[in-house]
Design a protein around this ligand. Structure first.
Ligand code: SF4
Ligand code: SF4
Ligand code: FES
Length: 279
């Protein structure tokens, strides 16, 4: 739905944070309305003005973006209470949802680096835990890969569209925020190691479960299938999922996450029985 009457100005309420672990605070900006704006173009004008609606000069608001076409996932934030990409969030549609102002805040499940920029390392660490890749590295010509049948292509293609944006994790009630403060005298390396240990036992998330199913269904990726299923059967694995289905409802790529979760559940059960008989 598009807003019927266009305002002269757009009020934008932003939850800001000056750095990691610092308190958040709200700030209101106003930018001149132009047709066909998206949230990124609004943020560009706010950064150029660097002045609040009360006329106070402030540091430019920080945000992240890359592709500007809903492919990289880096511009994800909570817009008018719904997690989505700021490059594809169109102002006219947002004003139709909420005519008085647009509200922007960073995702809540990841540590805030500054303003609307969050650290999504944990999301990528989960992909490492399930070895979400085809093991085809080499220094010599490996020749053509195996052919993939049409049926498998149809199953795999939707899953391959995941852009690691984090929307599903933001919506998932089982995916809780992990915040680790630096201890007195702790080095960067020690803090990083503690973070990694915490990430490796926390819920892996629907995106990683779905990517494990994608690569287990690839003829070359399948060579790591047992290792992926070990990760899904382990701490923070598929048993943590409470099947609330919030993830599938917010995925901007309409990835069938709950279908992947159901497939993973069956595969992990069979794998666990097989491991038991292999002892
Ligand atoms: S179905 Fe599982 S992964 Fe998806 S939102 Fe619910 S608990 Fe999270
Ligand atoms: S599964 Fe969907 S919501 Fe989750 S990270 Fe991938 S694209 Fe984003
Ligand atoms: S900038 Fe890449 S998804 Fe928005």
């Amino acid at each position: 739905m598009i807003a019927a009457s266009k305002p002269d100005q757009i009020r934008v309420r932003i939850l800001r944070q000056d750095g990691p672990g610092r308190p958040g605070y709200w700030e209101v900006h106003a930018v001149k309305y132009e047709p066909e704006m998206n949230v990124i173009s609004v943020l560009q004008r706010i950064a150029a003005q660097a002045t609040t609606v009360e006329g106070q000069r402030v540091a430019p608001v920080a945000w992240d973006c890359g592709c500007l076409e809903e492919v990289c996932g880096s511009c994800t934030m909570v817009i008018n209470g719904r997690v989505r990409q700021s490059c594809s969030a169109l102002v006219d549609r947002l004003l139709a949802e909420k005519p008085d102002e647009i509200e922007l805040r960073p995702m809540t499940k990841f540590p805030v680096l500054r303003d609307l920029v969050v650290d999504r390392s944990r999301l990528f660490r989960a992909l490492e835990r399930v070895k979400a890749w085809v093991p085809a590295d080499g220094y010599y010509d490996l020749g053509p890969g195996p052919r993939i049948g049409r049926e498998d292509q149809e199953v795999n293609y939707p899953l391959s569209q995941c852009m690691s944006c984090g929307c599903c994790l933001e919506a998932c009630p089982q995916y809780t925020k992990i915040e680790l403060e630096r201890r007195a005298g702790e080095s960067d390396a020690d803090l990083q190691a503690r973070k990694q240990a915490a990430y490796d036992t926390s819920f892996i998330g629907p995106h990683a479960i779905s990517q494990a199913m994608l690569f287990n269904n690839h003829p070359t990726g399948h060579t790591l299938a047992d290792e992926r299923l070990d990760a899904l059967a382990g701490p923070g694995g598929i048993s943590v999922c409470g099947n609330a289905q919030n993830c599938v409802a917010v995925c901007p790529k309409q990835i069938p996450l709950t279908t992947s979760i159901a497939r993973a559940g069956r595969a992990v059960t069979l794998h666990t029985i097989k491991r038991w008989f292999d002892r």
